[in-house]
Design a protein. Sequence first.
Length: 229
Amino acid sequence: MKTHIGIVLAIAAGLAFASCSKLQSDNVLATTNCTSCHGSAASPAPPPDAAGNTSTSTPAVGAHLVHLYGSAFASKVACSSCHIVPQSVGPGIHPDGPGSGNLIMFSGVALTQTNMPGTRFYDSTLATVVPQPTFSTQTLTCKNTYCHGNFKGGNNFTPTWTVVNTSQDSCGSCHGLPPNDATHRGKGITVQTCYYCHSPMIGPDGTILDDSMHVTGNLVLYGRSISAW
Ligand code: HEC
Ligand code: HEC
Ligand code: HEC
Ligand code: HEC
């Protein structure tokens, strides 16, 4: 009987995870080493946090899951994009070693630079955007990340880590539809026509067709993925 219940639970868990797609492949895999203190079988990231909290309004839990699994339209974010991740556990290493203490230190996609000199669409009247993101443990907000719009023509939105509803990742929060810049302004472009130039990331009705191509650091333009822009 026990085995049967186990199988049913495993199938139920499988379905639950299938619906929120795969975990970012370069995220640290769950090991008992890590998850004995925080995180679940899926990932060492909270929920739950080290104190057992599971609510997204708890700072240590916050918006981990939407970043790790990706939302309906954005790619998955690696742990290391936001903070240092210890690779092992032990006295003087983790959780009490140097660098411990919820150290938020951005890297990777969060630091993507845009309007780079020498690139095809370089605009010398605008500054090169060099994101220097910060996380405030007081206000729990993330400022100046590439991901939320600190790029050429973007809105540089400041999201709050512990507000997890659709209010902060709605279409138009990180960049306009279209962005308010010389390339797009005054051309009658609507969300239904983005695909003329930004296919195959986006489709004719403004639906994100491939979430793994969006918020990656690369600009999808004229059917190509451009890594420096
Ligand atoms: C989008 C940015 C982001 C990503 C991606 C991210 N984290 Fe975090 N993480 C945070 C923030 C913000 C906090 C809260 C910091 C604070 O409270 O000062 C945090 C806190 C934590 C904590 C502290 C828990 C506690 O009890 O204090 C752990 C553990 C953690 N993250 C693990 C991970 C792991 C493992 C991954 C990847 C599987 C990951 N995080 C991915 C931003 C991120
Ligand atoms: C013995 C319990 C324990 C184990 C095991 C453990 N952690 Fe932690 N971890 C903590 C605590 C407690 C915090 C919160 C630290 C703080 O608030 O000062 C934390 C925080 C973190 C953070 C947030 C950044 C930081 O340094 O504070 C990350 C990332 C993290 N852990 C990843 C891991 C990973 C990956 C593993 C497995 C290799 C792991 N932890 C194993 C207790 C543990
Ligand atoms: C969390 C911030 C964020 C939100 C919300 C967001 N975008 Fe984006 N978008 C970006 C970033 C960052 C880029 C720059 C290129 C990249 O990294 O993919 C971008 C680029 C684009 C592009 C250019 C093609 C590409 O992917 O490079 C289109 C078209 C686009 N977004 C449409 C949308 C639509 C439609 C929505 C609403 C469903 C939306 N975006 C919501 C961050 C966002
Ligand atoms: C007629 C072609 C065309 C259409 C239609 C178009 N774009 Fe673009 N888009 C471009 C070009 C060219 C660039 C690169 C220009 C640059 O970097 O200055 C670009 C760049 C972008 C960027 C990167 C930031 C920026 O402003 O350079 C975003 C975000 C973006 N487009 C979103 C959109 C969205 C959303 C739509 C639909 C509402 C859209 N675009 C429709 C041609 C187009």
